[in-house]
Design a protein around this ligand. Structure first.
Ligand code: SF4
Length: 692
């Protein structure tokens, strides 16, 4: 074809874009209706190429914390170009702004949307699972068959025999995420959480802080004076936020990348420490030893804000508790040593039961010590109810333990020269704002908790936890109060979120898997803790109910479950009905019985929020959903409406259930109306407005 002689219509007709527009287009003016245009030369071709019908603001509905705004250029009903936007402001006068944002992956989203892997129609499996034999069916047939089975399973084995997983591609989209919670609140099905599922749960932070998500917003990096970039590579994996690290260097920050490989972040750092793989905890403990040996400790912070002054019994290495001294004493009452009185005194903020529910307006207890200085070093004798016991402090034990981790001892493990270890520890402790910026990867490692605990110990000694520009930074969550109001409105909280690690342990053969990998001793040890947690009712016993139906949305567990094929064979293959709600023909969809096509995030109305960037983004529907695909929220709504219709036709009475030991009833005949609050919510946009 010669583009200098063909008409515009003739040229465009020959393009793949037109093929798509004829098939999926939503523009009111088709190319055939437009006036023919003669191309005079290559310049006109270029000019015509850079035209569009409209520009729509969009962002990402995937599991990316980048959270970048894009302009979407729509022509002939096709998103043909994406352009990152740079209007981001700063979160304070003392930090740079959040722009520019975007990455190479973001600029490929439209390609993904029009890829061959898109699911365009509801499909039902006709061959064996994963064989790839499908029958195209209507939405009505798909929803009727799934709703029928949903009711069957809820009636025979209870709603907890059904799971509807929250995928990571769903949780950032607030309307559909809220819709999932409302769906679960109405039906009583289990919603396996997603954090532990992908190995992102910071277990070490939970153990140390009682909270899994230490983290400020990304601009806090700029306020750091010594930032250890550890077990992460932001130049490659946090592309729109990486500029904060390099801008911080111009602000005088010592940016130290600690990683075995000379990665893209190391290239831009002040220093690169190439420790041996898997030796991070040892290096962190050598820094702890240096900080203690140098005495560069924030003593006031340590005494007031940490448990380092708490007394520990030397006979059993456990905290001295009020219940050790007196039968009437609280189990969570802990002690300091008062050097003046030569006696233990109850530590403030311990030894009382906090009231359940929202925080009181005025805190009942304070950690403030006033003039009192609890002892940190020493050994004493305390009269317990069972006789005298020797006690010391947590700090004393930490100090003794750290002596095993001198930089010289640890150099054999890490391969890091002792002078390098000391220099970095001294830069960190002397900076006044020491930060350890850590990726999620540490949480995926066996014993990753030890690394997190060593980092948090560094920050506890230097007083950096909670300080602007300091502390361990992993992630943060956006506010969710509107989300809960939407999920619970008119019903109250009747929602089940299942702990995924415990769920998988109950449903698959994790004990045998542990034995095969780690040996019987560790497998039995883990199993005994699991059994104790079940017997003491710290965790629900998911093994009591069969797993009849799994609705899998916004994720691809067949691909990412760590135990892979074994999980499929020992757990998923036993589930009677598998439903994938997905835009793409994923591995999970391949193993499912029904595949329901979900719309792409350029085809829906929603908004995204993320804890590390201080703004919300709208998702505007730039184009109509491809094929018969629908936004997830409408799939939730229509499935519940079908459940209601069938429950009425089948005269299904209230489903008997119980929450927190109390019997409750779930009326499936009202499920559809409950979801929309009697028609108040007609589309995801209504939910977005409610959340605002
Ligand atoms: S970093 Fe931004 S552009 Fe890249 S995938 Fe994430 S949200 Fe999209």
């Amino acid at each position: 074809m010669n583009p200098t002689t063909t008409t515009r219509r003739g040229f465009v007709t020959a393009t793949a874009a037109l093929g798509l527009s004829l098939k999926y287009g939503c523009s009111s003016e088709t190319p055939e209706q437009r006036p023919a245009q003669i191309y005079r030369g290559w310049e006109d071709l270029m000019r015509n190429k850079w035209t569009w019908d409209r520009v729509v603001r969009g962002s990402r509905g995937i599991n990316c914390t980048g959270h970048c705004a894009f302009n979407l250029y729509v022509r002939n009903g096709i998103v043909w170009r994406e352009e990152q936007q740079g209007e981001y402001g700063a979160s304070g006068d003392d930090v740079p702004d959040y722009g520019p944002r975007g990455c190479q992956k973001g600029l490929r989203q439209a390609k993904q949307m029009y890829g061959k892997q898109r699911v365009l129609y509801p499909m039902k499996r006709v061959g064996e699972r994963a064989e790839g034999q499908w029958q195209r069916i209507s939405w009505d047939q798909a929803l009727t068959e799934i709703a029928d089975k949903f009711i069957d399973y809820a009636v025979t084995d209870g709603p907890t025999s059904i799971s509807y997983a929250m995928g990571t591609a769903m949780i950032l989209k607030r309307a559909v995420f809220g819709g999932l919670f409302r769906f679960g609140n109405i039906t009583g099905c289990e919603i396996p959480e997603t954090f532990a599922g992908v190995g992102d749960l910071p277990v070490g932070a939970f153990m140390t802080l009682g909270h899994p998500l230490p983290g400020d917003n990304m601009a806090a990096v700029y306020k750091s004076k010594c930032c250890l970039v550890w077990v992460c590579n932001p130049a490659a994996t946090r592309i729109p936020d990486a500029h904060f690290f390099w801008e911080a260097r111009y602000n005088g920050t010592d940016v130290v990348v600690i990683s075995p490989d000379f990665n893209p972040s190391a290239m831009h750092a002040s220093k690169w420490v190439n420790l041996k793989p898997g030796t991070d905890a040892a290096l962190a403990m050598a820094m702890v030893q240096t900080i203690i040996a140098d005495g560069t400790i924030d003593w006031e912070y340590v005494r007031e804000q940490t448990d380092l002054p708490f007394l520990v019994r030397l006979d059993n290495q456990k905290f001295l508790r009020a219940s050790d001294l007196d039968d009437a004493g609280q189990e969570d009452g802990f002690y300091f040593w008062d050097a003046d009185k030569q006696a233990p005194v109850l530590a403030p903020g311990t030894g009382f039961k906090p009231a359940f529910g929202p925080a009181a307006e005025e805190p009942k207890e304070s950690l403030l010590l006033g003039d009192f200085e609890p002892a940190l070093e020493g050994q004493w004798t305390v009269a317990s109810k069972d006789g005298d016991v020797a006690v010391t402090t947590v700090y004393e034990l930490v100090k003794q333990n750290a002596q095993n981790y001198t930089p010289e001892n640890v150099a054999e493990i890490t391969g890091v020269n002792p002078s390098v270890t000391r220099n970095i520890a001294r830069s960190f402790a002397g900076s006044g704002a020491g930060m350890i910026f850590a990726g999620y990867r540490v949480n995926k490692w066996l014993h990753g908790d030890l690394i997190l605990r060593a980092w948090l110990l560094m920050c506890a000694l230097t007083g950096d936890t909670g300080r602007a520009g300091g502390g361990v930074q992993t992630t943060n969550l956006p506010r969710a109060d509107g989300l809960n109001k939407y999920a619970f409105d008119g019903l109250g909280p009747r929602l089940r979120v299942a702990a995924l690690a415990v769920w998988d342990y109950a449903k698959s053969d994790n004990q045998q898997l542990n034995a095969a990998i780690y040996g019987d001793e560790i497998a039995d040890h883990i199993d005994s803790h699991y059994r104790e947690a079940i017997e003491r009712r710290w965790m629900p016993d998911y093994s009591k109910k069969p797993w009849n139906m799994a609705i899998m949305a916004g994720h691809n567990p067949v691909s990412w479950r760590a135990s892979g094929e074994r999980w499929r064979e020992t757990a998923l293959s036993k589930v009677k009905t598998l439903v994938a709600i997905t835009p793409d023909m994923s591995a999970t969809a391949m193993h499912s019985d029904y595949v329901l096509p979900a719309a792409h995030h350029y085809e829906i109305q929603d908004m995204t929020m993320e804890g590390r960037t201080p703004y919300v983004h709208v998702l505007n529907a730039a184009v109509e959903p491809l094929g018969d695909s629908k936004p997830d929220w409408f799939i939730q709504k229509e499935l519940l409406e079908k459940i209601s219709q069938l429950a009425v036709e089948r005269s299904i009475g209230p489903i008997q259930d119980s929450m927190f030991g109390q019997p409750i009833e779930r009326d499936y005949t009202q499920a559809g109306e409950l979801f929309t609050l009697n028609g108040k919510f007609k589309e995801p946009r209504d939910v977005v407005e409610f959340l605002f």
